[in-house]
Design a protein around this ligand. Structure first.
Ligand SMILES: Cc1cc2nc3c(=O)[nH]c(=O)nc-3n(C[C@H](O)[C@H](O)[C@H](O)COP(=O)(O)O)c2cc1C
Length: 345
């Protein structure tokens, strides 16, 4: 007779068929990508994520040098590459996961070509593209063996991204932080999986190992987790923002187009603090999007803070490695619990 698997049994191992994934995306400690977060994702956070065994990432636009200074992006890539190399030499039994750089492929991003050239020079292993699928970005990534994941909010954009040469997709579903979609993750992933069997990550309110397992169950290869990393020591966010993430839940998230011209999810309390009524925000339109200063959010709304709906699971500000340990424990326990239900079936 099968023995019941105890939830407390953290020695549970899992085996998955990764043969459909490019080598750079195989062998992670858990199938999780730390999502790129504007301003917040900095080398300290990326390095901690990768050393803990998940893909860490940052938007290229976060590396902003002063007038006349050499490109900060280059310094960041050098540091990340060297620190991860050192970690791998010292820890051959638990090598770091690869890192990813996010490119905002929007016509107002005047730095795009320069940033692509720097990423080619440093042979960035994983490229995440947002707000536009362009073949030349994919070609640049492929020229140095990079893998491109493009983020989309519906099946039409997903098809376009693959047609234009992306290797994989990030399905940004309802409840995600930043520019979230409006579709249920169940609907979005299943529609994409009806024609696409390549790498697929699911984004939106994944903040626990249970939710990560659900993403895998519905057909995604990876969870893509952003907001919980805001409440980590390494995140480049003010303490107030971190605390607000810890103290808020799904009901405290407002979906609005006002701040950037594209719908996104924001912390209600930060909107109230700015003197606005979160229940009566006017609409804005995509023509107001402009990344020339790095963010598409006007300075007046700098203190309006983004977050996804999953933050009810975030109970404290912790080092990133502790957060990843928690997700790992929960993922294995949830997997074991469900597997036990199917024994002998
Ligand atoms: C504060 C904040 C900033 C973000 N900045 C970016 C960004 O610069 N580029 C990008 O592709 N996605 C960005 N995102 C979206 C995330 O990469 C990811 O899709 C999202 O956080 C996942 O949902 P979750 O927050 O519920 O985990 C941002 C999200 C948040 C919360």
């Amino acid at each position: 007779m099968n023995q019941p698997v105890k939830e407390s049994d953290m020695t549970v191992t899992w085996h998955r068929d990764e043969s459909h994934l490019p080598p750079a995306l195989r062998g992670l400690r858990i199938p999780l990508i730390g999502a790129p977060l504007f301003i917040i994702s900095v080398p300290d956070l990326v390095i901690a994520q990768c050393k803990a065994g998940i893909i860490g990432s940052f938007p290229a636009l976060n590396a902003r040098e002063g007038e006349g200074e050499p490109p900060l992006l280059e310094a960041w890539l050098k540091r990340i590459t060297e620190e991860l190399d050192r970690h791998n030499q010292e820890n051959p039994d638990r090598p770091a996961a690869p890192f990813a750089v996010n490119q905002i492929v929007h016509r107002s991003n005047a730095r795009l070509q320069r940033d692509i050239d720097i990423c080619v020079k440093w042979k960035v292993p994983v490229w995440i593209t947002s707000l536009g699928a362009r073949p030349e970005v994919n070609e640049a990534a492929h020229s140095v063996g990079g893998v491109v994941l493009h983020d989309i909010i519906n099946n039409t954009f997903a098809r376009k991204a693959i047609e234009k040469g992306a290797d994989g997709l990030i399905a940004v579903a309802a409840g995600a932080g930043g520019h979230a979609g409006q579709q249920s993750p169940f609907a979005l992933v299943r529609e994409i999986r009806s024609w696409f069997d390549g790498p697929l990550a699911l984004s939106g309110a994944i903040a626990s190992g249970e939710a990560l397992l659900a993403a895998r169950a519905v057909g995604a290869d990876f969870g893509y987790m952003g907001s919980p990393f805001i409440a980590t020591r390494e995140a480049n966010a003010v303490e107030d923002y971190k605390r607000m993430i810890v103290e808020s839940g799904a009901e405290d998230i407002v979906y609005s187009s006002l701040f950037t011209g594209v719908h996104g999810n924001y912390l209600k309390k930060s909107i109230e603090r700015a003197g606005l009524d979160p229940d009566n925000l006017p609409e804005s339109d995509p023509s107001s999007m402009n990344f020339s200063s790095g963010s598409s959010k006007p300075k007046a709304w700098k203190e309006i803070w983004g977050s996804g709906q999953g933050i009810g699971d975030v109970r404290d500000v912790v080092p990133a490695t502790e957060l990843i340990d928690r997700i790992d424990r929960e993922y294995r326990a949830a997997g074991a619990r469900l597997a036990a239900e199917f024994r002998g079936a």
